[in-house]
Design a binder for this molecule. Structure first.
Ligand SMILES: [Ca+2]
Length: 384
């Protein structure tokens, strides 16, 4: 009835226009259309030109207003829906991203765990590789590995690398050494080897004098034993240093003469001419860095040339051994080489680099990070 009343009201007002039944708000029922098409309201003439039950005439400005109101209401609803949709989409995206982040976190912790396992496994592989060498010393006596090689060459087609017993000339002592019989024609007595970082090189003087570590793996043969070998009558030795970087680049430094003074001179180093690809870090770039002729120092024996102290950049150094985490070497105002260097205790557990120092071996001005090194000596002249 309300609609009918509105329509009747509309018919009495202002300019007129034709409204067809597709304007739904005005055509709620057939009876409505019937009501004003066939039964004209009292006092009003039917509008001219409007015929049949499906059309009606209402003022245009009212129609426009009603349509506009309806449009506003629809627009408002649409806007609300869009806002709600936007909010729910944002929440959905946030949820998905959070879920993916959680998945990534889980994956990254798994990768870390795997890396640790791989590291442990490769250490074990390295250790078992080392143990593959003859751990039981070969009972083949000679004065050093070069002498053993010369003695066995005529009777054994291929001399294996491994642990041999040597008895240097003019000494009462015999001891075990590792002989490299394959590398560069063999006959090398290994005096130091670093491979896996499992042996602690943070040691006092007595250990550096007597030797430590595992001959088949990482070890320091000992200054007394090396002195006995290189101090033999009418024998001269060369030194070969083989380096491997963290990214598996290899390099070497060799000296055509190598000897040590006795213990009373703190096993001072004596080097011949340098050849190689790693640079002469023993001598460095100037006399201040030169370790040739330097006596050996350890954490408890200080012969490092810093007396009472050295200035290095903005630092004052009293003990090169302390500066190099209490390792032993032929320090001279520290210098550019320390093949016995090891990482600080705090760094060790985190798989820190070995800190083996051979500073003249560089790429693009930056020293290589050395992961493995072997120092070995071989006879270059015999008393024959
Ligand atoms: Ca000092």
């Amino acid at each position: 009835m309300w609609t009918t009343t509105v329509l009747l009201l509309l018919l009495t007002l202002g300019p007129r226009c034709t409204v067809t039944e597709n304007i739904t708000s005005f055509n709620q029922s057939e009876s409505v259309g019937e009501e004003f098409s066939e039964a004209p309201v009292k006092g009003h003439k039917p509008v001219r030109g409007v015929k049949g039950r499906d059309t009606c005439s209402i003022p245009c400005d009212i129609t426009v207003k009603l349509l506009r109101d309806e449009k506003h209401s629809v627009c408002g609803q649409l806007q609300q829906s869009l806002l709600a949709f936007g909010r729910s989409t944002r929440k959905l995206i946030r949820d998905v991203m959070e879920e993916q982040q959680r998945a990534l976190d889980v994956l990254s912790s798994q990768v870390t765990e795997l890396m640790t396992k791989v590291q442990t496994l490769s250490s074990e592989v390295q250790r078992s590789n080392n143990e593959m060498y003859s751990v039981k010393p070969v009972q083949s006596h000679g004065r050093d590995c070069s002498d053993i090689k010369d003695g066995l060459m005529s009777v054994v087609p291929k001399i294996p690398s491994g642990i041999y017993i040597v008895h240097p000339e003019d000494t009462d002592s015999s001891f075990e050494v590792f002989c490299e019989m394959d590398y560069m024609d063999g006959g090398w007595t290994v005096m130091q080897r670093r491979t896996d970082g499992l042996t602690d090189f943070k040691r006092p003087w007595a250990d550096y004098a007597d030797g430590f570590g595992n001959l088949a793996g990482e070890h320091w043969l000992g200054l007394k034993k090396v002195f006995h070998i290189v101090n033999q009558k009418d024998a001269r030795f060369q030194l070969h240093i083989a380096l491997v970087s963290e990214d598996d680049v290899t390099s070497y430094a060799s000296y055509d003469d190598f000897s040590l003074d006795g213990e009373t001179q703190f096993f001072s180093l004596r080097l011949g001419r340098y050849a190689g690809s790693a640079g002469d870090a023993f001598r460095g770039y100037d006399q201040e860095q030169n370790q040739d002729t330097a006596p050996f120092s350890a954490s408890d024996v200080d012969n490092d040339g810093c007396e009472p102290s050295c200035s290095m950049g903005d630092r004052t150094v009293e003990s090169c051994s302390a500066r190099h985490n209490h390792t032993g070497w032929w320090f001279n105002r520290c210098g550019l080489a320390n093949l016995n260097g090891c990482p600080e205790d705090a760094e060790r557990g985190r798989g820190a680099p070995t800190r083996i120092l051979w500073d003249t071996w560089r790429r693009g001005g930056v020293p290589h990070a050395v992961k493995a090194v072997t120092m070995k000596i071989r006879r270059i002249a015999s008393n024959s």
